[in-house]
Write a protein that binds this ligand. Structure first.
Ligand code: KG4
Ligand code: ZN
Length: 340
């Protein structure tokens, strides 16, 4: 362990949140996220608008992170940034900014994989939160990804299952859109689901082999179901909103849990951590909690503010890479399809 404190400035700009954080070793000092409202009226993220908003937000967000951490920029030991995966235009804003600031301050630059960061978010030091033990399985569920990852160490990760089409967050958002709910619809479906009957309507689960997932068929099934019902009763959605949401949530949570059970069986690992925006979902949290008693799993759910995109998770990867002296040179560029 280094005797001196390490201060990491972390920058995240992979999708539609501009975020910056300061960590002192593995402890968070500040965590600022500017969520871009501009996409709401389009029902999804518009890449060109996202990169423009990142350009507007990045300086104030970083300033605020440094000022709330109560440090001086001279104190920063290294800059960690999201290299990918994500939207090219969005990633470029954070990458270019991180490179120039590292050059200006003459400090090391650290590239971070966004998906690895969703997993390592569990290692940010927090009171009352336990850290998973290696090896563990990570279920990363977000608007862009759905993966089961076998995690052997902070840096050794193997994707053992993933979606072959839509991500689970997309399934939530697209279902919400079909129901006329605003973007991002995941949290709203979750909210109404808690008031409805999960067995009111039955949607068939996709048949995908191994540990892979598929969500595009479910979205189509929901679309056809709603269209048919609305033809018979134009008020169908309003009258049954809670039950529809509860049934969608029940199906999605079952799909995720079935694959997790299979992964546990195949790997013999029963330490399970979740990450990514959809890990804020009450249904998956409840199902994991129940699995502790039912199957003897040990489950780890991140603190709410580390579930959706944030820079704190980029910072914790930065900290571990700093300890390993795993730095990046200034020729680095953004990589939209950066794999774990
Ligand atoms: O990780 P994230 O912030 O961004 C990506 O990297 O994609 O995840 C955003 C996704 C969106 O699809 C959003 O609808 C979903 O996470 N989400 C939820 C909930 N909170 C966020 N989905 C279901 N239930 C929630 N409570
Ligand atoms: Zn994410």
């Amino acid at each position: 362990m280094a005797s001196q404190n390490i201060y990491i400035l972390a920058i995240e700009s992979s999708c539609d949140d501009t975020a910056a954080a300061i960590l002192k070793n593995d402890t968070l000092l500040s965590n600022i996220v500017a969520t871009q409202e501009v996409h709401q009226k389009f029902g999804g993220v518009v890449p060109e608008l996202a990169s423009r908003a990142h350009q507007q937000n990045i300086v104030p967000v970083i300033h605020q992170a440094i000022s709330e951490a109560n440090i001086d920029k001279k104190d920063i030991s290294a800059i960690a940034f999201t290299k990918g995966p994500g939207l090219m235009g969005s990633l470029l804003v954070g990458t270019s900014f991180a490179k120039s600031l590292a050059l200006g301050l003459n400090i090391p630059l650290i590239e971070v994989n966004h998906m690895q960061a969703h997993i390592l978010a569990h290692f940010i030091k927090e009171q009352n939160f336990k850290t998973p033990e290696f090896p563990f399985l990570a279920l990363t569920i977000s608007g862009g990804h759905t993966q089961i990852v076998k995690v052997t160490s902070h840096f050794e990760m193997e994707v053992i299952g993933q979606t072959i089409d839509d991500a689970v967050g997309e399934a939530y958002d697209k279902s919400a859109k079909i129901m006329g709910l605003p973007y991002p619809g995941g949290p709203l479906i979750d909210k109404y689901a808690q008031l409805g009957d999960p067995k009111a309507y039955k949607f068939t689960k996709p048949k995908v082999g191994g540990l892979d997932f598929s969500f595009s068929g479910l979205k189509t099934a929901i679309l056809y179901f709603i269209q048919k019902q609305v033809k018979e009763n134009p008020n169908f959605i309003e009258e049954n909103r809670n039950d529809i949401c509860a049934s969608i949530q029940y199906t999605i949570v079952n799909i995720l849990m079935d694959k997790l059970k299979k992964a546990v069986k195949e790997t013999g690992i029963n330490e399970i951590a979740i990450g990514g925006g959809v890990s804020a979902n009450s249904g998956i949290r409840k199902a994991l909690n129940e699995a502790e008693g039912k199957y003897g799993w040990k489950t780890y759910v991140p603190k709410f503010e580390y579930t959706t995109d944030n820079a704190a998770m980029i910072g914790i990867v930065g900290y571990y890479k700093y300890l390993a002296k795993d730095f990046t040179d200034l020729s680095v560029t953004a990589q939209p399809r950066y794999k774990i």
